[in-house]
Design a protein around this ligand. Structure first.
Ligand SMILES: Cc1ncc(COP(=O)(O)O)c(C=O)c1O
Length: 369
């Protein structure tokens, strides 16, 4: 009988926390307090402590976390912000949303992350900030990025949406930038039961400003200091995230083991590039991404064997219709374009069985045999 292996499922995580979640629902129902209450404050404290930073501010989603950060740093028209050419669109959209220009940097073709050298080449007199994305769960090499940013007097804003729990030189991603943004979209390493996001920072003034901007521009009810928006983490999501944060390291460790199992087998297959992790970085495997020239036929072959896969992402931001105006034609960012044609994300999720990883590897091996 054909096995079916989903690309992703939250079924096993949900099973782990079922009892705690149900008792939390009961409490929430009895309290009947849904916006800006004790659960958000509690989660903000816990999430800040997890990153060893002073402040965390819960917001509506990861895109808003980036937009509010850029606004608090007064980045806008006539400014340039450096972003990876192969990130999820939201990193780029945030820059556009504040009226600044996204400057796309090619990633390292093996780590998928942007590097100090790539960033350096794109700095101009208009550059205000760099947004390193710890793509797929692998931390960027932060020392080089920090040193480039210092020399050019640029802000670092980490986009930690895919790397909750990852580290660089034993320090958590999401604690390096002046302000750092993250998403709790359900499939992320730390995922809510809907949309959610947060900002982490050691800067009290920026934390205060971001809190204000996300709450209509108000610190005191019915008094407005600035033109804000409504972007808040709600009590339901905060309560769920507090429960899940206690499991994050264990769940990450499970995926790290599964990834090692994949790499152990796949690294010996000619024609496949497995993920690389340099000594200072850790990878929490939000995605396990391989590269192969035969991507499309391998994907078909896997699907016929009941194995679902995905592509993160099939079209890089500069070739999206929304970014026609950047005038970056096909061929202008060859590494990002090539990756879009050769990357394949294999199934990986907490609760996936070792035998299932072995089965995926076996099906890949038969494809190349
Ligand atoms: C790298 C990256 N940045 C930003 C976001 C945006 O987060 P959200 O979906 O919560 O707006 C996501 C994920 O969705 C992401 O993967």
């Amino acid at each position: 009988m054909l096995k079916t292996i989903p690309f992703f499922t939250l079924r096993f995580q949900n099973k782990d926390i079922e009892k705690e979640i149900f008792s939390f629902y009961k409490e929430l129902h009895a309290d009947a307090w849904y916006v800006l209450g004790k659960r958000v404050s509690q989660f903000e404290k816990e999430y800040a402590a997890y990153h060893s930073v002073k402040e965390c501010i819960g917001v509506g989603n990861g895109l808003d976390a980036l937009i509010l950060t850029l606004r608090a740093l007064h980045i806008g028209k006539d400014d340039e912000v450096i972003v990876p050419a192969n990130s999820f669109i939201a990193t780029v959209l945030a820059v556009s949303q504040v009226g600044a220009t996204p400057i796309l940097v090619e990633p390292d073709p093996k780590s998928f992350n942007i590097t100090a050298e790539g960033i350096q080449r794109k700095i101009t007199s208009k550059t205000k900030a760099i947004i390193p994305v710890h793509l797929y769960g692998l931390s960027c090499e932060m020392d080089g990025i920090i040193s480039v940013a210092k020399k050019a007097n640029l802000f670092i804003i980490e986009d930690n949406a895919q790397a909750h729990g990852a580290t660089y030189k034993n320090k958590k991603t999401g604690s390096f930038g002046i302000v750092n943004a993250t998403s709790f979209y359900p499939v992320k390493p730390l995922g809510a039961y809907g949309d959610g996001g947060a900002i982490t920072t050691n800067d009290d003034a920026l934390a205060k400003q971001i809190r204000l901007l996300g709450n209509y521009g108000s610190a005191e009810k019915y008094y407005y200091e600035t033109i804000g928006v409504n972007s808040r983490l709600d009590e339901i999501q905060a309560g769920i995230l507090s429960i899940k944060l206690n499991y994050l390291d264990r769940w990450n460790a499970e995926r790290i083991e599964l990834a090692a199992l994949y790499s152990n087998v796949l690294k010996n297959i000619d024609g496949i590039q497995t993920p690389i992790i340099s000594a200072d970085c850790t990878h929490v495997f939000h995605q396990y991404v391989i590269q192969t020239e035969k991507r499309n036929s391998l994907q078909d072959h896997l699907l016929k064997a009941g194995i679902q896969t995905a592509i993160h992402y099939p079209v890089p931001p500069h070739l999206q219709k929304a970014y026609d105006f950047l005038n970056l034609k096909k061929g202008s960012l060859p590494i990002a374009e090539k990756l879009a044609e050769t990357i394949l994300s294999l199934p990986i999720y907490t609760g996936m069985k070792r035998e299932e990883v072995e089965y995926v590897c076996e099906v890949i091996r038969t494809f190349y045999a």
